[in-house]
Unconditional design. Structure first.
Lengths: 197, 88
């Protein structure tokens, strides 16, 4: 039995083991599940309306959507997704080096949103509005909802970039913001192929 | 007007307006007409039915894989550590 003043060794076990999924990532995942169903519902409604249209699609007298021009925009968005992915990989080894690919992803994402805005202005001038036809209503609704998500994800990425610059970015926050951006990037090709063709 | 006459009139008017009201449903006409419409309706129904199950299933599989990997990583140092007496 140890005496009163003898040194003792305290064995401390970790009372809270590391969670399999961080709270931030889990929260974003739950949010993205609901958003996936929202987009699925919108695209399904568009598909049925398009198939049921007796006059063909797009309806006569309505402008065609700029499929080729938007291909460039789509490429920019996909590259931004790859850039954020690379930033996340680099972040695990060297946090400072993750700043460059992250900024590139952010810039390309901003380019995508601005290009979409320019495209909308041109289409409105050509006569495609929310009330001009079902075609216009679906286009602005689906692409508009996606643009809102893109803007929200860009704000999250900008916040992440700033925190990374100051060296106070938790990995879970980066993972959550990146996950949101992957969703925006992943949904877009489906929208592009369903709505623009 | 007797009660039976009023009931008969109510039922008759209900039957008369019910089919018209049914047309107010945005998707009631879908899948009953042309082939393309029916196929689109069936495909989107299938996608909307399968998607939530796939998302949930994929998430659970991913969590299981991560959990197993984490358990493996946690177990490694214990096996690798030299067998030194720890009792005091």
């Amino acid at each position: 039995m140890p005496s009163r003043h003898s040194p003792t060794l305290r064995v401390v076990t970790n009372p809270r083991p590391t969670p399999v999924v961080s709270n931030a990532v889990l929260g974003v995942l739950i949010f993205l599940f609901t958003e996936a169903m929202l987009f699925a519902g919108l695209i399904s409604a568009h598909t049925i309306a398009r198939a049921s249209s007796p006059l063909g699609w797009p309806p006569p007298g309505q402008p065609r959507l700029p499929f080729r021009e938007t291909a460039l925009n789509t490429a920019a968005l996909l590259v931004s997704g790859v850039a954020v992915f690379l930033a996340q990989r680099v972040f695990r080894r060297d946090r400072r080096r993750a700043l460059t690919p992250l900024a590139l992803g952010l810039g390309l994402g901003a380019f995508f949103v601005i290009f979409q805005g320019v495209e909308w202005v041109a289409l409105i001038r050509e006569g495609l509005t929310l009330t001009s036809s079902t075609h216009g209503a679906f286009f602005y609704l689906i692409v508009g909802v996606h643009a809102l998500h893109a803007i929200a994800a860009l704000i999250a990425l900008a916040w992440v970039t700033q925190r990374l610059r100051h060296g106070v970015l938790p990995p879970s926050a980066f993972a959550a913001a990146a996950l949101f951006w992957y969703f925006v990037v992943g949904v877009w090709p489906i929208i592009y192929l369903r709505v623009y063709t | 007007m007797s009660c039976s006459t009023a009931t008969a009139l109510l039922v008759a008017s209900g039957l008369a307006i019910a089919p018209e009201l049914a047309h107010a449903c945005a998707v009631c006409g879908a899948g009953t007409g042309e082939d393309t419409s029916r196929v689109a309706y069936l495909i989107t129904s299938a996608v909307l039915s399968v998607l939530p199950v796939s998302l949930l299933g994929g998430f659970l599989l991913w969590v299981r894989a991560r959990s197993r990997r984490q358990a493996r990583l946690n177990a490694q140092p214990a096996h690798a550590a030299p067998a030194t007496p720890t009792s005091l």
